[in-house]
Design a protein around this ligand. Structure first.
Ligand code: GBH
Length: 461
């Protein structure tokens, strides 16, 4: 008999508000920094935006029916802050239409036996807060406004939602938005990413404190953060490259996981960043340390690491997928940064469990098969590379659980639908469902059936 995951194992798909909702200026929604960013020429590969996307603000019932047909027991989605509080701030009005939209979605999920996992912040900061005081750069203002937004959400939805995720991938928010400038708001700075990262950690921690102090007892849920990380492997066994792996992990993961799970920034980060790294007060770090009930992990690939280079976001290491003997790690995706490598996933799960000792939810994992933007539909629907990716990663997860004793509670594939893939626009497709953007018709790919079959066979009755 195939190895079994426990009967309460959570599985489903993930999406994010700006990537699927569309209706960017209807239903009372205020603009976000992504609406603004998409208008800057050259920032989005195909010149597109999330104005329409998969039109899920209007087609949400169809999306839930699709989830149901895929046999999932959970769905991870994010709330659009500027749909709920159009200007974003603690003294700004709440948009009841936005609240009603998400209540309808949540109720529909529950009526179909699908448990909601709700992300508060998946990158779409209200433009109003960015304009008013610099958004994530302003510690006193943004922490209060984020906590107020969280309070509005816990109050409105918390009787129905027992699984909360504060931020999605703070590394991307701070490093890609404020250091490399490839994500909104498109800043290029060496100081701002560290300030933003610090303020993201504080906003997360104070929202968790509010939940634990005022909502958890009556609503009975859990709350944590989602971090993104690849598994890192040294190019060879030289001391420099061995150290480069540790530094890479500290800069990618430890800069958030250190404060949140252990109560301090990693020493490797402190040494390199010096005065540019803000400090927590004693009161703050007491709130930050232990502020996540679980380890939310988004992971897609593994990287081979060499010492050197000038990329501070990755910790002054060079990253690639080519081994010293010239071979590739695995199957290449449509995007340069992603190759399939299931053994690295198993290693990463072991590392996280040993290091942070928290039950893990894989909140995103997925693959963009090549050329799905240009191939004929009948070819795209047989997405063999994605099927192999998902089966390889699911089996690696099962080995981590069964053979290594890692605590993994849930798994969300990225993504339910092809959708707006940020700076790649619509050229890169991650969905298990093909979306024809001209008609908004949805077509299941083979991978949707493959994952359904895998989880049906591996979750105990
Ligand atoms: C996730 O990020 C996101 O949460 C999700 O919204 C997204 O659609 C999904 O992945 C697929 O990309 O500028 O060199 O870092 C995963 C992390 C961040 C990896 C952006 C790719 C672009 C190349 N991704 N990164 S780089």
């Amino acid at each position: 008999m195939a190895a079994q995951l426990p009967s309460d194992f959570v599985w489903g798909y993930a999406t994010a508000s700006y990537q699927i909702e569309g209706s960017a200026s209807t239903g009372g929604r205020g603009p976000s920094i992504w609406d603004t960013f998409c208008k800057i020429p050259g920032k989005i590969r195909d010149g597109s935006s999330g104005d329409v996307s998969t039109d899920s603000y209007r087609l949400w019932k169809e999306d839930v029916a699709l989830l149901k047909s895929y046999g999932v027991n959970a769905y991870r989605f994010s709330l659009s802050w500027s749909r709920i509080i159009p200007l974003g701030g603690r003294d700004d009005p709440v948009n009841e239409e936005g609240i009603a939209f998400y209540k309808g979605l949540i109720q529909e999920l529950l009526d179909n036996g699908i448990t909601p996992y709700v992300t508060l912040y998946h990158w779409d900061l209200p433009q109003g807060l960015h304009d008013r005081y610099g958004g994530w750069l302003n510690k006193t203002e943004i922490v209060q406004d984020y906590v107020n937004y969280a309070k509005v959400c816990f109050t409105a939805f918390g009787d129905l939602v027992q699984n909360w995720i504060t931020h999605n991938e703070p590394w991307c928010i701070s490093c890609l938005g404020y250091q490399k400038g490839v994500f909104a708001p498109g800043h290029k700075s060496n100081t701002e990413p560290w300030i933003v990262a610090h303020n993201l950690i504080l906003a997360h921690a104070y929202a968790v404190k509010l939940y634990r102090d005022s909502f958890k007892a009556s609503q009975g849920g859990q709350i944590g953060i989602t971090l993104d990380c690849h598994w890192l492997m040294p190019y060879d066994d030289s001391p420099e490259n061995t150290e480069a792996v540790q530094r890479g992990l500290a800069f990618k993961l430890g800069r958030f996981a250190g404060p949140i799970y252990e109560g301090a920034y990693p020493s490797r980060v402190k040494e390199k960043i010096g005065d540019r790294l803000p400090e927590f007060t004693a009161d703050e770090i007491a709130v930050v340390k232990g502020s996540s009930d679980f380890f939310g992990l988004n992971t897609y690939t593994s990287q081979i690491v060499q010492d050197g280079g000038d990329d501070e976001t990755s910790g002054y290491v060079k990253i690639g997928h080519t081994r010293a003997d010239g071979t590739q790690l695995g199957t290449q995706a449509h995007v340069a940064w992603l190759q399939s490598y299931p053994p690295g996933f198993r290693k990463l799960l072991n590392y996280l469990w040993e290091t942070y000792k928290k039950p893990i939810y894989i909140t995103e994992n997925g693959f963009a098969a090549k050329n799905e933007n240009i191939l004929p539909l009948e070819v795209v629907l047989h997405d063999k590379d994605r099927v192999e990716y998902f089966e390889g990663y699911a089996n690696a997860m099962l080995e981590a659980v069964h053979e290594d004793g890692v605590s993994v509670k849930g798994y969300f594939g990225w993504s339910l639908l092809d959708n707006f893939e940020w700076a790649d626009g619509y050229e890169t497709r991650f969905g298990v469902t093909y979306v024809d953007y001209a008609t908004q018709k949805r077509y299941p790919k083979d991978s949707a059936r493959a994952l359904q079959k895998w989880f049906t066979e591996h979750i105990a009755a």
